[in-house]
Design a protein around this ligand. Structure first.
Ligand code: FAD
Length: 432
């Protein structure tokens, strides 16, 4: 962070959700006693929303519906691939949320009826709501690359939903011979974690360098012509892994259009590349249930009202996390990150509690922080903060920044430590 010190930034972050809590008068809270908020999806967005509605107004009944019993964090999962952490360090259970009084239901939501204000589940339940938070993450569009499918992902992993996929990719890296080629195919943005593929390249190179595979190569075949924190990544790649990582942009035939899973060939429009390990990250769109509920735009993402995160399509439904439309100012400056999902969830929770209590919604701030680990003792980061004015996003220039290119080694080391602290905090803020 260049123009604001970290302590002030943390204060700013802490102030935004607090404002939501404090603006609900005690007398008004009683009026919401019979209200129910249903949250679909228990990732960083949904779990935070459930926890914050419950914290702000415990009289509101909160039901969190999540398909899986254990959540596996994608943040820091690239470190599992390189062996610097184990997958269990990324696990979160829903027990603490249940202990807070949140009803946790493990089921798959199959339909949403915005008119009747109810959701239906695969297990046969129908639950009505006064406000719905939808946080289903992303859908991976396997069919966009010829030869790829959900079944093929068992052999050609994406590792873009953490868990079993992460472990498959890790095993394949371990089995790769010295001199092998590890191909990462990057889809057209927006996709979750904009710096994720480039951090992964560094983690793979680090593994190869330290495990007798220094003649190996990481080839990034990219659909895009640039990427997040590019100068910082390129500086780190050159310094730490010289000659090991090659990036091919879309304009230089980087887009993978077809694969052959048997031979591990990746085909671009003009060329072909033989991989020893092929990591194909497919294009993405909002979680399937968001599309089924008619909440997505032509590009496949959910548009929201900037002051509240309420859907631009259906009132009473608040969409948070990766399913939201993301892009540049002035429209929706939402990168698909756990930190942004957490912030959006706090804004939605504040707006919902205010609305159910008949008081004005607090004025929101949005923040994104994203650390990338290019080596165990080498971290880089980016921070952006936005406020909302006349229901439009305004970038708060003084509040953000990117790690400097000319940082000292100690600063890179400290950023790696901050990344670990950031992770522990956000896991606690969502699941504890
Ligand atoms: P998710 O976390 O995906 O949660 C969605 C949940 O909804 C899932 O648990 C799913 O089971 C559930 N669900 C979906 N549909 C239904 C349904 N119909 N019924 C019931 N449940 C349903 N972000 C950062 O901020 N920092 C990082 O360092 C970082 N690193 C990353 C590294 C990698 C390799 C990847 C892939 C991502 C990374 N991210 C990072 C991005 C981050 O993981 C996502 O932005 C974040 O998980 C989004 O949260 P979410 O709640 O929208 O979705």
């Amino acid at each position: 962070m260049t123009t604001m010190n970290r302590r002030n930034f943390v204060k700013l972050l802490a102030a935004a959700p607090l404002a939501s809590v404090l603006t609900v008068p005690t007398a008004a809270r009683g009026a919401a006693a019979a209200k129910r908020v249903v949250v679909v999806g228990g990732g960083f967005g949904g779990a935070t929303a459930a926890r914050d509605v419950n914290r702000m107004d415990p009289k509101i009944k909160v039901t969190l519906i999540e398909a899986n019993k254990t959540y596996v964090s994608c943040p820091l999962s690239n470190e599992v691939i390189s062996g610097h952490r184990t997958i269990d360090t990324l696990h979160a259970s829903y027990d603490a949320l249940a202990k807070r009084g949140i009803e946790v239901v493990h089921d798959l939501v199959t339909a949403i009826d915005p008119a009747k204000k109810s959701v239906a589940t695969k297990g046969g339940k129908t639950l009505s709501y006064d406000a719905l938070v939808l946080a289903p993450g992303v859908e991976l569009n396997y069919g966009a690359v010829e030869g790829y499918s959900e079944a093929v992902a068992a052999e050609i992993p994406h590792a873009y939903k953490a868990g079993e996929q992460t472990l498959i990719l890790k095993k394949q890296l371990e089995a790769m011979p010295d001199g092998g080629v590890f191909v990462i195919a990057v889809p057209k943005g927006p996709f979750r974690c904009p710096p994720g593929p480039y951090e992964r390249a560094a983690q793979v190179a680090h593994y190869c360098k330290t495990h007798g595979k220094a003649k190996s190569k990481v080839l990034i075949l990219d659909t895009n012509d640039t990427f997040a924190k590019k100068p910082l990544f390129e500086q780190a790649w050159n310094a730490l892994y010289p000659g090991m990582i090659e990036w091919v942009p879309g304009s230089k035939d980087g887009k993978v259009v077809k694969i052959d899973p048997k031979t591990k060939m990746a085909f671009t429009e003009l060329g072909e590349h033989k991989a020893d390990v092929l990591n194909l990250i497919p294009p993405q769109s909002a979680g399937a249930i968001a599309k089924a509920a008619g909440l997505t735009n032509a590009a496949g993402w959910c548009e929201v009202v900037p002051s509240s995160m309420e859907s631009a399509v259906h009132k009473g439904i608040y969409v948070v996390g990766d399913s939201c439309v993301g892009g540049e100012l002035p429209a929706f400056p939402f990168p698909k990150s756990a930190h942004m999902a957490n912030t959006q969830a706090k804004v939605a929770a504040g707006a919902i509690v205010a609305s159910l209590n008949g008081v004005a919604a607090p004025v929101p701030y949005y923040a994104n922080t994203c650390y990338s680990l290019v080596a165990p003792d080498y971290g880089i980061s980016v921070v952006h903060v936005y406020r909302v004015e006349d229901n439009k996003f305004v970038y708060v220039k003084e509040a953000g920044g990117v790690s400097p290119v000319d940082a000292l080694p100690i600063q890179r080391k400290l950023e790696a430590e901050y990344a670990d602290g950031w992770f522990r905090n956000i896991m606690a803020d969502a699941f504890a």
